[in-house]
Design a protein around this ligand. Structure first.
Ligand code: NI
Length: 150
């Protein structure tokens, strides 16, 4: 597999809305593998397809707990609860960090790389990562929502 180039702020691809994945074919599976490799190589907790220049609704997340990497294809927030205001960063905005309002807990429905529907329930860092990566799929960066620069 391969490490892909991570696009940074100013690249128009980060500001576009990604398209739903209709069929999970080998090309999509290869992309998912590359995204996971690229995320680990960059030591990130999440990566969305537009960050590697592909406008498809795919994200990968690993918050380095015991649950492992999550592949999220066509993810949707189906429920959220509470709020939190923690500092975020982004591999596409390497020089900045700051606090963003996010739900304390979210439930996200998505397809995995085998096309099975599942629900990820996330709190704390996982809740932030889920919201942050889904924002990328809509062309939204955390700096658009900054409450305070860190
Ligand atoms: Ni990001």
């Amino acid at each position: 597999m391969a490490i892909r180039n991570i696009r940074t702020e100013g690249d128009e691809v980060l500001r576009k809305r990604s398209k739903e994945v209709a069929v999970i074919d080998q090309k999509i599976k290869d992309l998912v593998e590359d995204m996971i490799d690229t995320m680990y190589h960059a030591e990130g907790v999440g990566l969305a397809a537009p960050q590697v220049g592909i406008l498809k609704r795919i994200a990968v997340i690993d918050v380095y707990d015991e649950t492992g990497v999550k592949v999220l294809i066509n993810p949707k927030i189906i429920r959220e609860e509470g709020e939190q205001f923690e500092v975020e960063g982004c591999l596409s905005v390497p020089e900045r960090a700051g606090s963003v309002r996010r739900p304390a807990k979210v439930w996200v429905e998505a397809l995995n790389e085998n096309g099975q529907t599942y629900v990820v329930e996330g709190e704390e860092l996982l809740a932030r990562a889920l919201c942050h990566e889904i924002d990328h799929l809509d062309g939204v960066l955390f700096i658009d929502k900054l409450i305070e620069e860190a």
